[in-house]
Design a protein around this ligand. Sequence first.
Ligand SMILES: C[S@@+](CC[C@H](N)C(=O)[O-])C[C@H]1O[C@@H](n2cnc3c(N)ncnc32)[C@H](O)[C@@H]1O
Length: 244
Amino acid sequence: MPLLKEVYYGMVKSIKIHRLHNLYLKGHARFIQVYRERMDRQIKLGPRDSRWKLGTTRWERIGEMQFRFLVQHGLKPEHTLLDIGCGTLRGGIRFIRYLHPGNYTGIDISPEAIKIAKQSVKEEGLDELRPRLLLTMDSQLKELSGETFDFLLTYSVFSHLPPEEIEEIFQNIGKIMGEGSVFFFTFKPSDKLKRDKGRKVRFNFRYPFSYFQGLAREHGLDIELLEPPSCPQLPGKEENGQGD
Ligand SMILES: C[S@@+](CC[C@H](N)C(=O)[O-])C[C@H]1O[C@@H](n2cnc3c(N)ncnc32)[C@H](O)[C@@H]1O
C-alpha cells in the first residue's frame, strides 16, 4: 500500500514538472519555478537520492568543508551570516551551532528544503539559537530588505542557475551588504558559459570567472578568485552518499 501511494505521488509530481518544463521552454514560466519543483521532489524522494540524505558521510563532509572554509576566512560567532540556497542545512547546521543566537539566516526557494531544515533545527535541539529560515519565491532577496549581513554564502547554487537568476542576485546583493561584508560563492569553472540547450531543462551550468568579474564591476563590487578548499575526511565514518 505505501508503495502504491509513492508511485502515484511520483507520477503526479512528474506530470506537474513536465508541464512546468514545457512552460519554461516556451518562455511562460521562470527557471526558478521548475527548479523549485525539482528540489522539492528530490528532497521528498530523499531516501532514494543519497545526495539529500542527511547524515550521509559525503553530505557531512561537504557541510564541514563549508564551515571550516568560512571560519578560515574570518567568520566569528558574533558575525551575521546569510546562507542563500541553504537547502536542508548541510553547512547551515554547523553555522547555527557556532554563531551567536539569531545570527544565522538561511533562505531557499524550496518549501521542502525549508521544512526539513526547520525539522533538523528542532531535532538537533538548536531552537534557542533562533536561526531564521525563510522561503523565497525568486532571486531578489527582498525578504531581507533593510538588513545587512557580515558574511553571505551561496554554496552549490550558481552551478545550478542560469544567468538571469545569478544576475538578479548580483543586482540585489549589494543592498544587503555593508562596508565590511563579504559574499562567498561557488561556481563550476569553464572557459565559456556552458548551458545545455534542447528539449529538456538542464540544471547544471558552468561559467568562466570573467562572467562574475563583469557582474561585480557592473554592480560596484570588488571580486577575488580563491583556491577551492579540500573536502575534509571525517574519522570513523564509512563513505556513503555523494554530492557537489
Ligand atoms: C545544490 S543545493 C545546495 C544547498 C546548500 N547550499 C548545501 O550546500 O547543501 C542548491 C539550493 O539552492 C536553492 N536555490 C536555488 N536558487 C535559489 C535562489 N535564487 N534563492 C534561494 N535559494 C535558491 C535550491 O532550492 C537548493 O536548495
